[in-house]
Design a protein around this ligand. Structure first.
Ligand code: NAP
Length: 335
């Protein structure tokens, strides 16, 4: 199927002014300004992730050079391909690698990327389904995989998920509950309780209820395993309250990028602290993980966590996520 390729298209562009301030707006971009790449994709859906908020706000740790189009997630249709691995009309998704960081990202109508970043959508998974998960769901799935890989089974006890109302958190709750784990969701938002229960959380605790007394090197064990999405004191407390041989995963730093801890969880309880980096996951594991997500995509429970907006409606989403107020996943529909 041949799609006509326009000379211009719409995308969010963040610009840096000479005084160091940043501004962003939806602009008309030229197709020939897209970076070189093997595969040109018409984006049908993107989503909003915390990293997009950082890139949208001029965070140079995420995006070194502006002007820039953020968007670490994109799903849509191949319209032009320099490689036989993809043909026009194929449904695909791109998450991670450098997309939306220093490469023109998914918050626009087109992306052009290297072929080895592109995942063909598993059978039955639409572009929209793929973006319900996006980088957040992919990261949640990698975190659950890390627990399993470390020997976690549902009989061992409660699994704590921190930042549970966020994108990674709520999908971790969903995937764990679906696999039979008893999930304790920690959240700072009373208004997210119904969603978390619908996703399968057995218990919901206040955000601060998982923070622990700083003086004691080890705490009474509360969790068999932990998926931490916020870092800082939350991760540190989780390490000290996890039962022997538990796995604690770390993927995020919404609370803090600092980790002050001691060696006792590791040398007296055999705790495994497993880092998760979704962006650099190699392709074999990436394809395997997308197959697992595709198998979970038909669940009615997912409807509870999705808000859908259009490209010109994302400003308020960026602001509320930046303030830690967003709930669930926000899909961006791109006409
Ligand atoms: N390593 C990777 O590959 C990878 C991939 C994806 C995301 N991440 C990282 O994972 C983190 C979560 O991403 P996301 O997309 O799920 O973000 P998100 O949707 O904004 O969710 C973050 C959640 O953290 C909680 N939170 C917010 N501010 C907090 C604070 N000051 N202290 C404690 N908790 C706070 C909130 O949940 P409650 O109100 O329910 O507590 C919030 O909903 C981010 O740091 C992101 O960069 C990493």
């Amino acid at each position: 199927m041949k799609t006509e390729i326009p000379e211009t298209f719409h995308a969010w562009v963040v610009r840096e002014a000479s005084d160091g301030s940043f501004s962003r707006k939806l602009e008309s971009c030229r197709m020939h300004d897209l970076p070189e790449g093997d595969v040109l994709i018409r984006v049908e859906y993107s989503s909003v992730n915390y990293k997009d908020v950082l890139s949208m706000s001029g965070n140079k740790g995420v995006t070194r050079q502006y002007p820039h189009t953020p968007g670490i997630d994109a799903a849509g249709v191949v319209v032009e391909s320099k490689t036989s691995a993809f043909s026009s009309g194929t449904g695909v998704a791109v998450t991670g690698y450098d997309l939306g960081m220093n490469t023109h990202g998914g918050l626009g109508q087109f992306i052009r990327v290297p072929a080895d970043w592109v995942v063909p959508l598993p059978a039955g998974l639409t572009a929209r389904d793929a973006m319900v998960f996006g980088t957040a769901g992919f990261t949640a799935a990698l975190s659950v995989r890390a627990l399993r890989h470390g020997g976690a089974t549902p009989e061992q006890g409660d699994v704590l998920v921190t930042g549970a109302s966020g994108g990674v958190g709520c999908l971790a709750v969903f995937l764990l509950a679906k696999s039979g784990f008893r999930v304790v969701a920690s959240s700072g938002k009373a208004e997210a309780h119904d969603m978390l229960s619908a996703l399968g959380a057995a218990e919901i605790v206040a955000r601060d209820a998982v923070l622990a007394d700083r003086k004691r090197p080890l705490l009474k064990t509360r969790w068999a395993h932990v998926i931490d999405t916020v870092g800082g004191d939350f991760l540190e407390s989780a390490l000290r309250a996890t039962a022997p041989n538990g796995v604690v995963t770390s993927c995020g730093m919404v609370a803090s990028a600092e980790l002050n801890t001691n060696v006792f969880p590791f040398i007296l309880r055999g705790i495994c602290l497993q880092g998760i980096d979704s962006a650099t996951t190699r392709m074999t594991r990436r394809l395997e993980t997308w197959e697992h997500l595709a198998a979970a995509a038909s669940s009615d429970a997912l409807a509870h966590l999705v808000t859908e907006v259009t490209l010109d409606e994302i400003e308020t989403v960026i602001q509320s996520m930046g303030e830690g107020k967003s709930i669930g996943r926000t899909l961006v529909r791109i006409p």
